[in-house]
Design a protein. Structure first.
Lengths: 471, 433
C-alpha cells in the first residue's frame, strides 16, 4: 500500500524586523509584549508596510528552488477570529503567491535521487501566541511579540512516499534555507509543518502544527500505522484534520467544528500588488548544498558520506573548509565523525569550537605525534573547556601536560614486558592459538599507556615479543 | 508664537464627541487655528471612538499622520467630532452619542457621516475641520450644512491612523467655510507618508486660482435624472451657467456604469468593513471582553451589545458578500462594476476637464425621516462614484432650496485636486462677490 505525503512548511524568515512594521524580530529572551507597535498590535488605524527584505528572502528561496516568480503577486486577507490574531485576519497570499513550481532533490528510501515538486511559496505574517497560565486559570494571556514575524509558507506536491522521505526532505530544505541565510534553524518554533498523508486509495488526513523535524517523522509514522490498522479492521479512513501531541507521539482528531472555516479571502486593500519578478535576476545565490557536496568530493577527495554530512550545515561546511588544509581526508573523518559526535553528545554548536585549535589537533594526528585514541581524549578536553566558557588551550599543551604523546622506545618496551610478565595465563592462551588472548594483552598495554600507543602496531609488537621471547 | 487655545464652544448641535478645553498649538501655517477632527482619526492622548460604544474610552497612543501634520503646522486640535458610527450612515444619526443637528435648520440632519465636522464649521465653532469620505461622507454634510468639503484623490492623503471602514474607498479631507481654507488645510495634510502603501507621492502645494477660461465642464446626464429633486437639479444647472459665464464651456458626458454604482459601492464597503471591524473584540482596547465566558461567546456578546444596528447590518452584509459560494456573485462582480465606472470616468475626462453635478439628490432630511436603510443608501448615488473611481471631488454651496443649502459637486481627474479646487474657487468668488 503506497504512502503519499505532502507538506506545508511555515518558516520564520530571519529578517531583523517584522513583515509589516519596524519592530525587532529578536524577542526570544524578552518579556511578553515588548516587541510591539500599533501595527502588530492591530491598533485601530494602523496600516501594514511591507518589509522589502522579507520579499527578497522569499525570492532567494524561490530562485534556489528553481521556481517561477509571478509577474504580479498579491496579498490577501484570511479572515478568522482567534485571540492570538489581533486584526482578526491574517495578511497572507492566496491566489497570487510569490512563486510557483519548484523542485527539491532528495534521496528516496533506496538511496536514489528523487525530485520533490514544490507547488508554491508565499509570504504571510505569524500571529501572536497564547500563553495558558498553569493551575487551571480561567483565562489565557496573549503575547504579541511574535505577531507579524515574517513567514514563508512552502507547499509541496504529494511526492513523498514515507515518513523517512519527509524527514529527509525537511532536512534538505532546512539546509538550503540556512545556506541562503534566510532562516535561523536554532530559533525555537522557527519551522512548523502541516503534513498531509494518505494511503493510496484512501482519504487524506491533515496533521497540523508539528513543530519539530523529528516530530514530522513521528507523526507520520503514527498516522501510517493508525490508518493501516483502520483498513485492516475493515474500517475507513475519514478525511479530517488531526493534531500531533508532541509529548505522547500520537495524533488526535480535532473537533470538526473548528475546521468549518470560511476564510472569506479578498485582496488586502492596504497593500499594493507586488511586482518583483525583475528583482530575481539581481539575486546572487550562494553555493547551494548539492553543489558544495559535489565540490567537496572532487576538490578534497572525500567520500560521498562525509561530503553529505559536512555540507548538511553551512557552518559545519565552513568549519571543515577552514581546517581541510592540514589534510583534507583526515580532517573530513575527524570533523564529520568524531567532532560532530562529540558535539551532539554535549549539545554544542559548531560555532563554539575554535577552528585554529582543531587545525592544530589535526596537525598532531597527521604527524603521528599522538594516536587516534589520544586525539579523542585531547578533543574531549578541549570541548569541555569550551563548553565551560573558558579559553581553549592549544592541544600540544594538553598533550604535554597529560603526557599523551605516542609512546616510544624504552618506556614502551617496559610496559610490554610488564604486561606480559603479569599475565602468564594470557600468554599461554595465545601460544595455544587463542586469538582473543592477544587482544587482551594489547588492551592491557593500551590501558597502561593511556592510549598513547597505536593498537595495530602494538598487536604486532606484542606478538613478536612473545614469539621471539624478548625484545 | 506657541501657546494654548481655550476652547469652550456652545455645542448646541451636538457636533462634538470630545472637546479639548486647553488645546496647545505651535508655530506654522495654521498657528493657533482651531481645527476639529472627525472622531475616526486617531489622536494621541485624546479619546477616539468612531462614535461607537465599542471604542468608548479608547485613547490612542499615537497620532494619525494628518494629525501629526496639523500639529506641526501649528493647529490647535480642539475636539473630536460626531459622526455616523464607524462612518456608516448619511445623517450622523447612527452615532452612539446621539445625532448632530444641522445648524442651517436644527430639525434636519447635518448629513453624514462627517456631520459633526460640517456642523462645527457651519456653526462657526471652528474655521476648519477634518472629515473622511468613503462614499460621500465629506461632501454630503458639506452640501447639507452649506460649507465646502473636498474628497481628495485616493492616495493623496495618508490614511495612517484613520480607523478603517472601507480602505479602498476612503480618504481624509478638509472641510471649511471657504474654498480657500479648504485648500489651505489640504496643503497641510496632503504630504507623502510611506506608512500608507496606497499613497502616491504627490504633495498638494496650491493656492486657488479663479481663472477657468476654457475649462471644459462635463455634465453627466445621470446626475440630473431620476431620483434627483428637480429643484436641486435646477439650482445646480444655474451654478453651471455661472461657470459658463466665467469662460468655461460645458460638454455632455455619460457615466453609464452609474446604474451599478450603488450596488458595487455597498458590496465593496461592507465587505471591507466586515473584515476591518473584526478586530474590535474587547481584548486590547475599548470596553473589556467578559473573560468568564468562552472566548468566542464573549466576542459574540460584546460585539452584539456594543455595535449599533447599522454597523451590525453592514458587517453581516459584507460577511455574506465575501463568503464561499457568494464571493463570485457579489464581491467579484462589484469589482467589475467598479472597473467599469473608473473607465467611464476616464472616457468622460477625455472630453471634459472636470465633471459637475449635484452633490446630493436632495436637501437635508428631517431628523428621523429616513428610517429604512435602502432609501438611505440611495442618497449616496451621486457621491459614491467618485470613491469607486478614486477621483477628487469637491462640494461647494450653490444657492438654497426652501432655505436649505444645496451643494455643487465638481469632480476631476486623478491627482487633479488643484483643478477641482480652482473651479470651485472661481464659482465661489463669483457668487460671493
Amino acid at each position: 500500500m503506497k504512502t503519499i505525503v505532502g507538506l506545508e512548511i511555515h518558516v520564520q524568515l530571519s529578517t531583523a524586523t517584522k513583515l509589516f512594521c519596524g519592530c525587532s524580530t529578536d524577542y526570544r529572551d524578552d518579556e511578553p509584549n515588548t516587541h510591539c507597535c500599533p501595527v502588530c498590535l492591530a491598533l485601530p488605524g494602523a496600516l501594514p508596510r511591507l518589509n522589502k527584505r522579507a520579499v527578497e528572502y522569499g525570492l532567494r528561496v524561490a530562485k534556489a528552488l528553481d521556481m517561477k516568480v509571478l509577474e504580479e503577486s498579491e496579498f490577501a486577507r484570511k479572515n478568522y477570529f482567534y485571540p492570538d490574531l489581533p486584526k482578526a485576519y491574517q495578511i497572507t497570499q492566496y491566489d497570487k503567491p510569490l512563486a510557483v513550481e519548484g523542485t527539491v532533490e532528495i534521496e528516496d528510501d533506496e538511496g536514489h535521487e528523487k525530485i520533490v515538486r514544490i507547488t508554491r511559496v508565499h509570504l504571510e505574517e505569524d500571529p501572536g501566541r497564547l500563553v495558558h497560565v498553569a493551575g487551571g486559570s480561567k483565562y489565557s494571556l496573549v503575547d504579541y511579540n511574535r505577531s507579524g514575524i515574517p513567514l514563508l509558507e512552502i507547499v509541496t506536491e504529494p511526492d513523498m512516499r514515507s515518513p523517512q522521505e519527509a524527514r529527509r526532505f525537511l532536512n534538505k530544505l532546512r539546509t538550503v534555507l540556512e545556506y541562503l541565510g534566510v532562516f535561523d534553524g536554532e530559533r525555537e518554533g522557527g519551522l512548523r509543518v502541516d503534513a498531509n498523508i494518505s494511503l493510496e486509495g484512501s482519504e487524506r488526513v491533515e496533521v497540523k502544527n508539528i513543530s519539530s523535524y523529528k516530530g514530522v517523522e513521528k507523526a507520520l509514522t503514527f498516522e501510517v500505522t493508525r490508518q493501516k490498522n483502520l483498513l485492516r479492521r475493515g474500517q475507513r479512513v475519514t478525511r479530517e484534520t488531526r493534531h500531533f501531541m508532541e509529548g505522547r507521539g500520537i495524533t488526535t482528531s480535532s473537533r470538526s467544528k473548528e475546521e468549518e472555516h470560511d476564510y472569506r479571502y479578498f485582496p488586502e486593500p492596504d497593500l499594493r500588488p507586488l511586482r518583483v519578478a525583475d528583482w530575481v535576476a539581481a539575486i546572487d545565490l550562494p553555493e547551494l548544498p548539492t553543489a558544495r557536496k559535489n565540490r567537496f568530493m572532487t576538490q578534497y577527495g572525500i567520500s560521498l558520506n562525509h561530503a553529505r554530512t559536512l555540507t548538511g550545515d553551512p557552518k559545519l561546511a565552513d568549519f571543515y573548509e577552514a581546517v581541510a588544509h592540514v589534510d583534507p581526508v583526515l580532517a573530513a573523518t575527524w570533523v564529520a565523525d568524531t567532532l560532530l559526535g562529540e558535539l551532539n553528545y554535549r549539545d554544542m554548536g559548531i560555532a563554539a569550537v575554535p577552528v585554529e585549535r582543531i587545525a592544530e589537533l589535526l596537525a598532531l594526528l597527521r604527524s603521528e605525534t599522538i594516536t587516534d585514541t589520544a586525539g579523542v581524549q585531547v578533543l574531549r578536553e578541549m570541548l569541555d573547556t569550551c563548553a565551560a566558557g573558558k579559553p581553549c588551550e592549544p592541544p600540544a599543551m594538553i598533550v604535554e601536560r597529560e603526557g599523551l604523546a605516542r609512546a616510544t622506545g624504552d618506556e614502551f618496551t617496559q610496559v610490554v614486558e610488564k604486561v606480559i610478565a603479569a599475565n602468564p595465563h594470557a600468554v599461554e592462551d595465545y601460544r595455544a592459538g587463542k586469538k582473543g588472548a592477544l587482544n587482551f594483552l594489547v588492551g592491557q598495554v593500551m590501558k597502561e599507556t593511556r592510549g598513547r600507543a597505536d593498537p595495530r602496531e602494538l598487536g604486532k609488537i606484542v606478538s613478536e615479543y612473545i614469539d621471539t621471547g624478548g625484545v | 508664537m506657541a501657546g494654548t487655545l481655550e476652547f469652550s464652544p456652545d455645542d448646541r448641535y451636538n457636533a462634538f464627541i470630545t472637546t479639548c478645553r486647553q488645546a496647545p498649538f505651535s508655530d506654522g501655517a495654521l498657528a493657533g487655528t482651531a481645527v476639529a477632527v472627525k472622531d475616526n482619526i486617531s489622536t494621541k492622548g485624546i479619546q477616539t471612538t468612531c462614535a461607537s460604544k465599542i471604542l468608548e474610552g479608547y485613547v490612542p497612543p499615537y497620532d494619525a499622520y494628518v494629525v501629526e501634520l496639523l500639529r506641526q503646522a501649528g493647529a490647535a486640535i480642539v475636539g473630536k467630532t460626531n459622526m455616523d458610527e464607524f462612518g456608516m450612515g448619511t445623517t450622523t444619526e447612527t452615532s452612539a452619542f446621539g445625532p448632530t443637528q444641522n445648524p442651517a435648520d436644527p430639525s434636519r440632519v447635518p448629513g453624514g457621516s462627517s456631520g459633526g465636522s460640517a456642523a462645527a464649521v457651519a456653526a462657526g465653532l471652528v474655521p476648519m475641520a477634518l472629515g473622511t469620505d468613503t462614499g460621500g461622507s465629506i461632501r454630503c454634510p458639506a452640501a447639507f450644512c452649506g460649507i465646502v468639503g473636498l474628497k481628495p484623490t485616493y492616495g493623496r492623503v495618508s490614511r495612517y491612523g484613520l480607523i478603517a471602514y472601507a480602505n479602498s474607498l476612503e480618504q481624509i479631507g478638509p472641510m471649511a467655510q471657504t474654498v480657500e481654507d479648504v485648500s489651505k488645510l489640504m496643503s497641510v495634510i496632503a504630504r507623502y507618508d510611506p506608512r500608507d502603501s496606497t499613497m502616491i507621492d504627490r504633495p498638494y502645494d496650491h493656492r486657488p486660482s479663479a481663472e477657468i477660461k476654457g475649462l471644459r465642464v462635463g455634465i453627466p446626464e445621470e446626475y440630473f435624472g431620476e431620483g434627483v429633486d428637480p429643484r436641486v437639479a435646477e439650482s445646480v444647472r444655474d451654478a453651471v451657467g455661472i461657470l459658463e459665464g466665467l469662460g468655461a464651456e460645458t460638454v455632455p458626458v455619460s457615466i453609464p456604469g452609474m446604474r451599478h454604482a450603488l450596488a458595487a459601492y455597498y458590496v465593496i464597503c461592507t465587505s471591507e468593513a466586515s473584515s476591518n471591524l473584526a478586530r474590535f473584540d474587547g481584548v486590547r482596547y475599548g470596553p473589556a471582553v467578559d473573560t468568564r465566558k468562552s472566548w468566542h461567546e464573549a466576542y459574540q456578546d460584546l460585539r452584539q451589545e456594543l455595535f449599533g444596528a447599522e454597523v451590525r447590518r453592514r458587517i453581516m452584509l459584507g460577511t455574506f458578500a465575501l463568503s464561499a459560494g457568494y464571493a463570485g456573485k457579489y464581491y467579484a462582480k462589484a469589482q467589475i462594476a467598479r472597473r467599469n465606472i473608473r473607465e467611464d470616468f476616464e472616457r468622460a475626462f477625455c472630453d471634459a476637464d472636470v465633471i459637475a453635478g449635484p452633490t446630493m439628490p436632495t436637501t437635508a432630511f428631517r431628523l428621523g425621516e429616513r428610517s429604512d436603510p435602502i432609501s438611505m443608501y440611495l442618497s449616496d448615488i451621486l457621491t459614491a462614484p467618485a470613491n469607486l473611481a478614486g477621483i477628487p471631488a469637491i462640494s461647494v454651496p450653490c444657492s438654497t432650496v426652501d432655505g436649505l443649502p444645496v451643494g455643487l459637486q465638481i469632480m476631476g481627474r486623478q491627482f487633479e485636486d488643484e483643478r477641482v479646487v480652482d473651479a470651485a474657487f472661481a464659482y465661489e468668488q463669483e457668487v460671493r462677490a
